[in-house]
Design a protein around this ligand. Structure first.
Ligand SMILES: [Zn+2]
Length: 317
């Protein structure tokens, strides 16, 4: 067994167009590499009504404790317009020692490094996790992290638990380092709470703006109310919470393309999706997330009339 070069493995992974929910060949590639090193590989597809089926992978070598598990995901966010990239998003190009591609940082590069390091370690130990025959190493890799993350790690862990898998330690290779490799080790993970703002305008002609109601004005006031006051002070290990705001949908009631000029521009209800990522609790701290329950958030947004706030029931803790 020869351990793979992490750079060529990363490039091979980057050439897999694994935009969620597509597997894109990424898990198949990991399966080939890990089986070649003696891992027992399981591929499973998880489903849930209203979401696309997603492929996942679990690979383990060894049967004994202690069991070190590496977790991660091979799916990536969409690349947008490929013409805006200096190198094609799924090329895996290298220029001036920089590797290009969607997912190079988050987190195909990390997966390639973890696998190359583990295979190096195995090669130095006669193909075993430990020379004395004890120990296990596994990879728990999902294809559902970047999107709704319904058919991913949570179900993988349930699946593993039902099989009696027990993990002693877990390393997640998400990119968290600020300046140099190894400068940050995160203990824990922030949760998030999502909501949808719906602001309804009133249509009218641009020549008579006082008779129309542009919903964008309400949106600006609302976002100011949401962002003006700090949501928290952060904690020892996590920065203060900042609302993340994403364009979610620009809905139109009459099906007209929104590029139509003039009066129609004033009629659209505007929707934005604010995402609050709240800090993890340190041991013994009060439950911070209580502060972002629906009532508290709605109070902040009370400055705007004609607004509705819809919450995502799947608040993560
Ligand atoms: Zn990631």
């Amino acid at each position: 067994m020869t351990a793979p070069d992490p750079v060529s493995l990363a490039r091979d992974l980057l050439r897999c167009p694994s935009v969620t929910p597509a597997e894109g060949g990424a898990l198949a590639l990991l399966q080939t590499v890990l089986e070649g090193a003696g891992f027992t590989v399981h591929r499973m597809t998880f489903s849930e009504a209203g979401t696309p089926d997603i492929e996942n992978l679990y690979a383990r070598i060894g049967t004994e404790a202690p069991h070190l598990m590496f977790a991660g995901h091979t799916d990536v966010v969409p690349p947008g317009n490929p013409a805006n990239w200096s190198h094609a998003p799924f090329s895996g190009d290298i220029e001036n020692d920089v590797l290009y591609g969607r997912g190079a940082v988050d987190m195909k590069g990390a997966i390639a490094c973890k696998i190359a390091a583990v295979l190096d370690h195995l090669a130095a130990n006669g193909g075993k996790p430990r020379k004395d025959g004890a120990g296990s190493i596994s990879f728990l890799i999902t294809g559902d992290e970047e999107s709704v993350a319904i058919n991913g790690t949570v179900k993988l862990l349930q699946w593993a638990k039902e099989r009696g898998e027990r993990f002693d330690h877990c390393i997640l290779g998400e990119p968290g380092n600020v300046e140099t490799l190894g400068d940050t080790v995160k203990l824990g993970r922030r949760g998030s709470q999502n909501g949808v703002l719906v602001i309804t305008g009133r249509q009218g002609h641009v020549a008579y703006p006082h008779r129309a109601d542009n919903p964008v004005r309400g949106l600006v006031r609302l976002m100011t109310a949401l962002m003006d006051e700090p949501l928290d002070q952060g904690s020892e290990r996590f920065d203060p919470v900042e609302p993340g705001v994403h364009l979610h949908r620009h809905r139109q009631s009459d099906g007209e393309p929104h590029s139509r000029r003039g009066a129609r521009a004033l009629q659209h209800p505007v929707q934005r999706l604010p995402q609050l990522r709240f800090s993890a609790r340190a041991r013994g701290e009060p439950r911070r997330e209580n502060r972002w329950r629906q009532g508290a958030l709605a109070h902040r947004m009370g400055a705007v009339e004609r607004r509705r706030v819809l919450y995502d029931a799947r608040t993560l803790h």
